[in-house]
Design a protein. Structure first.
Length: 77
């Protein structure tokens, strides 16, 4: 079974580090999610690095990412 650390390392090889990409958004480990949205060409590119919201051993912090996303959208109008 794939570990979160292995997933993270593979993801970093695929999207780079740092990166403005956001291949997915979820809370916690993407390996534990029942479903998450994967896409490309988001309507708003976030100025922040995807990895700012990633915590080893936990995964992605969706709530923190959402706050940064909403703040940027407000700044941009």
């Amino acid at each position: 079974m794939l570990t979160l650390e292995e997933f993270s390392a593979g993801l970093a090889r695929w999207i780079g580090r740092p990166t403005p990409e956001r291949p997915f958004v979820c809370e916690g480990s993407p390996l534990a999610c029942r479903a998450f949205v994967v896409g490309s060409h988001p309507a708003t590119m976030l100025d922040a690095d995807f990895w700012e919201f990633w915590e080893p051993g936990y995964g992605f912090h969706k709530d923190a990412w959402l706050r940064a996303y909403e703040a940027q959208r407000l700044r941009e109008g």
